[in-house]
Design a protein around this ligand. Sequence first.
Ligand SMILES: CC(C)(COP(=O)(O)OP(=O)(O)OC[C@H]1O[C@@H](n2cnc3c(N)ncnc32)[C@H](O)[C@@H]1OP(=O)(O)O)[C@@H](O)C(=O)NCCC(=O)NCCS
Length: 186
Amino acid sequence: MATDRAPPRVELVSIDPDARERIFRWYQDPELVAPFDRYETEQYSDFLESLEAAAGDPRSLAPRYAIRKRSDGALLGCVGHYLAHPVLEFVDVWYVLGVPGERGHGYGTEAVGLLIDRVYSEYHFERVGATCDVENIGSARLLETLGLRREGTMRSALFHHGTWHDIYVYGTTRAEWTRLRSPAHS
Ligand SMILES: CC(C)(COP(=O)(O)OP(=O)(O)OC[C@H]1O[C@@H](n2cnc3c(N)ncnc32)[C@H](O)[C@@H]1OP(=O)(O)O)[C@@H](O)C(=O)NCCC(=O)NCCS
């Protein structure tokens, strides 16, 4: 029997000036935003410029939305998406919860679910994917909880923290995502 999914406790909203500053401060701490990823420093002015440019650039790696709690508007994190390949046609998503105390409560899973909904409603692509370091258990679990399939492992695909790392590749198709998000599936 079909059941209704609980309404999300988070929403994805545009990045206002307050969120810009907080997110940039998070970006100053590589272990907060990129514990399993490459990290590059950036000036605040360049960060602001990249936020401005992101709307017109599907390849941009800049944050696209802030994650806020619906109950009180508290800023929890940010998410983004980008065209991931120069030839193949699909979008990859990424996500960061910037407040460590808010991790592990399911907010990341909800936010990434909303992000994938949004990508499918705004783009014509049939595939949405994500990659994560094989050691990033939280990220891998988040994707699997949403129902994305682990499609493989790229060996030695990303250099960070002084060494090469293996990366899991996850993905879902439009038809599969529609099924996963249908009330009958919850
Ligand atoms: C990855 C991240 C976004 C997860 O967000 P979150 O809100 O804590 O995740 P959720 O609470 O929705 O948890 C999702 C699942 O992962 C599990 N999980 C979360 N963090 C975990 C951890 N550190 N270790 C093991 N499992 C973890 C949860 O138990 C849950 O599993 P379940 O669905 O089986 O119960 C957050 O940890 C983060 O911002 N990390 C730093 C940035 C990062 O690594 N981003 C991803 C780059 S690929």
